[in-house]
Design a protein around this ligand. Sequence first.
Ligand SMILES: Cc1ncc(COP(=O)(O)O)c(C=O)c1O
Length: 407
Amino acid sequence: MQSQDLLNIAQEHGSPVYVYDAHRIVSQYERLTSAFAQAKSLRIHYAVKALSNLSILKLFKQLGAGLDTVSLQEVQLGLAAGVEPHKIIYTPNGVSLEEIEQVAAMGVQINIDNLSILEQFGSKHPTIPVCVRINPHVMAGGNANISVGHIDSKFGISIHQIPHLLRIVENTKMTVNGVHMHTGSDILDIGVFLYATEILFETAAKFKDLEFIDFGSGFKVPYKEGDVATDIEDLGEQLSERFNKFCKDYGRDITLAFEPGKFLVSEAGYFLAKVNVVKQTTSTVFAGIDSGFNHLIRPMLYGSYHGIKNISNENGRNRFYSVVGYICETDTFAQNRQISEITEGDILAFANAGAYCYSMTSNYNSRYRPAEVLWYNGEAHLIRERETMEDILKHQVPVELALEELV
Ligand SMILES: Cc1ncc(COP(=O)(O)O)c(C=O)c1O
C-alpha cells in the first residue's frame, strides 16, 4: 500500500482508523504454506485472537485455512464466518468444563491443557477425541508475558506429567487425536524451537491414535530495519523433513499443524492517527495523537515497537519526537523517535498494526473503538464502523436512586 492510499482512507473514514492490506495477508499465508510444502499434510489454523474481524476470518476461510480459537465467542465468530467446525481448534486456558462441553458439542476440535479437565471431560465424553496441550518447558519467546512454554508457565500439561496423562486416557478410554505445544510468541532462535519439537515428537510417539501434531506458533516478524525474524523457509524445510520421518516411524501419515497469528496479519496492518498537538517542553517534543492505549496497547503492555511514519510529510526533515496518546495515564507509543517534521493535523501511520492491536482495544476514557478498513484490489472496504455514543450506552442500565430514602 502507498502512503497516499492510507491518507485517502484517513480522509474518507476519519481517524483513528485501522487499515489491513488483504494482499499482504494472502502473500504471508502463501509464504507459510510454501515453506512447509514438503510436509506430508499441512493445516494452518489462523489464530483468531490476533485480529478477529469477521471479514478477516472469511478471507482465511477462502484461503483454505482453519482457525485457532481460545474462547467460545471466538468459535462462534469462526462459525459465523462460515468456517467448518472440524477446521477449528479450541485451545482454552483456565475455562470451565461447561464451556469446553459447549464447544465440543459444536463439532470443534478440543485441545485440553490440564489434567483435571482432561479427566473430567474423558469420564463424561469418552467418545469425543481430544488434543492435549503439552508444556515442553522450553523458554522461547521475546518477552516474559508471551513466553508460555517454560516451567513456570500456567499453560499446558507438563512433560513430566505424561505418565499421569496416559493413565487418565487409559482409565477413561478416551481418544487423544492430537498433541500440541505453543512455546511463545516472537521466537528468535529456530534451534530452540526445533529442540522443543523434538520433545513433542517424543511425547507424540506415546499416543497411538494421532491425526495431527500442532506446533503452535510464535513466528517472529520484523518490526524495524535489520530486525531478526524467524527464518520460516529454513524452519519449514527442516521441520517438514523431520515430520515426514516421524510419520514414517509412526507407521502412517498424520497432519502437521500450525496456528500463527502475528506472522499472517501483523505486517498487513496500519494504524492511522491524527496529531492533535505538538508540545515542546524543556526536555522533549511531544506529538499528541487522537488515540491512546485504548486503541493500541502493545507498546505500553509489553514494550512492543511499532514503526511510525508521518505520511502527511514523508519527505520532511527528520526530528526527534515522543509520540503520546490522550489518555489520562502516561501512554507513550514511542520515545525519542526520529520522524519527519510533524505539524498539528498530520496523519501518523503505525506499522505492524495487524496483530493484537484492534483485538486488544477498549473503551477506556469512554472513547469509541476505531473503524477498520480492508484494502483489496485498490479499494478500501469499511469492515467495521467506528463506535458511537450508542455503543457506549448500549448495555448500561440506568438506575434512579431515591437518595432521601437512603438516609
Ligand atoms: C496457543 C496459541 N497459539 C497461537 C498463538 C499465536 O501466536 P503468534 O501470534 O505469535 O503467531 C498464540 C498467541 O498467544 C497462542 O497462545
